[in-house]
Design a binder for this molecule. Structure first.
Ligand SMILES: NC(=O)c1ccc[n+]([C@@H]2O[C@H](COP(=O)([O-])OP(=O)(O)OC[C@H]3O[C@@H](n4cnc5c(N)ncnc54)[C@H](OP(=O)(O)O)[C@@H]3O)[C@@H](O)[C@H]2O)c1
Length: 245
C-alpha cells in the first residue's frame, strides 16, 4: 500500500473523465486518496469530478491534453502548487484511431496521431511530473497497455488479439518497450513503473463491444498503483498475472 508520511496519497489519472480511467480514479478514491482527474475537455472533466465526488471520492480536476507540451507542463505546475509532490501517475489516456487499420492501406496521419497520444503522450506527461514523483515516499507509475501490444500473442494464431491494426496495437508494443526502458533508467530509485492490461472492457474505445466492465478493467491498474516497495518494475500484467511481451 502506498503511504506517505506527509499527508494522504496524491494520484493523477490521465483520461479519467470516462471509461476505465474514470473507474481507476473511483477505485483509488475509495482508498482515501486525493485523485486528479486528468481530462482535456472542461465540461467532461467537471462532470467526472462532480460524479466522483458524489461517490465520496476526493477528486479534483486537472486540465490535461496529453498531446500538448504546455498542457502537461501546466498540469505539473497545478500539482506542484497544490501538493508539492505526486505519489502515483496512471497513464491511461489513449485513442484507438478507428478500426480500419490494415497496414497495407494505413493512413500515416492516423498512425502518427495514435502514437502521439498513446506513446509520446505517456512520455510527455511522465517526464513533466517526474520531479514531483521523485518527492514521493512511494512513487508508482502505471501505464495502461493492452494484450494487443504483445508480439507473442499477436504471433499466436490461437490467441484473441483483435482486428489487424497498424496503429493501436503497435502503439501499445512501443509503450511496453519504452516502459521497460523507464524501469531500467529508474532502477536505482523508489519509482516502480509497470504496464497494466485491463482486458476487453466495454467502453467508447471499442464501441462497447468489450465483455468486461470498466470497473473490472480498473482492478489491475489499482493493484499496480498500490504495490509495496519490493514490488516488481518494468513488468506487464493483467488481472491473472504476467503477460508475454
Ligand atoms: N477498453 C478496452 O477493452 C481496453 C483494452 C486494453 C487496453 N485498454 C486501454 O485502457 C485505457 C483506457 O481505455 P478506455 O477503454 O477506457 O477508453 P475510452 O473510454 O475511450 O477513454 C479514453 C480516455 O482517454 C482520453 N483521451 C484521449 N486522448 C486524450 C488526450 N489527447 N488527452 C487527454 N485525454 C485523452 C479520453 O478523453 P476524451 O473523452 O476527451 O476523448 C478518455 O478519457 C487506454 O489506454 C486503452 O488503450 C482498453
Amino acid at each position: 500500500m502506498n503511504e506517505n508520511t506527509n499527508g494522504r496519497t496524491v494520484a493523477l489519472v490521465t483520461g479519467a473523465n470516462k471509461g476505465i480511467g474514470y473507474e481507476i480514479a473511483a477505485g483509488l478514491g475509495t482508498l482515501g486518496w486525493q485523485v486528479g482527474v486528468g481530462a482535456r475537455d472542461a465540461q467532461r472533466r467537471e462532470d467526472a469530478v462532480r460524479t466522483l465526488r458524489a461517490r465520496g471520492v476526493d477528486a479534483f480536476g486537472v486540465p490535461l491534453d496529453v498531446t500538448d507540451d504546455d498542457s502537461a507542463t501546466a498540469a505539473a505546475e497545478l500539482l506542484t502548487e497544490r501538493f508539492g509532490r505526486l505519489d502515483v501517475l496512471v497513464n491511461n489516456a489513449a485513442v484507438a484511431g478507428g478500426w480500419r487499420q490494415e497496414p497495407t492501406t494505413a493512413d500515416l496521419a492516423g498512425i502518427r496521431q495514435v502514437m502521439e497520444t498513446n506513446v509520446l503522450g505517456v512520455i510527455r506527461v511522465t517526464n513533466a511530473v517526474l520531479p514531483l514523483l521523485r518527492r514521493s515516499a512511494a512513487p508508482r507509475i502505471v501505464n495502461m497497455s493492452s494484450g494487443v501490444g504483445s508480439l507473442t500473442l499477436q504471433s499466436d494464431p490461437e490467441a484473441f488479439t483483435g482486428p489487424t491494426s497498424a496503429a493501436y496495437g503497435p502503439s501499445k508494443t512501443f509503450l511496453n518497450a519504452v516502459t521497460v526502458q523507464y524501469a531500467k533508467e529508474l532502477s536505482d530509485t523508489d519509482i516502480l513503473v509497470n504496464l497494466a492490461c485491463p482486458g476487453y472492457c466495454a467502453t467508447d474505445l471499442n464501441d462497447h463491444r468489450g465483455t468486461r466492465t470498466p470497473t473490472q478493467g480498473a482492478t489491475i491498474a489499482i493493484r499496480l498503483a498500490t504495490l509495496p516497495a519490493d514490488g516488481p518494475s518494468g513488468q506487464f500484467f493483467n488481472e491473472d498475472g504476467p503477460l508475454p511481451w
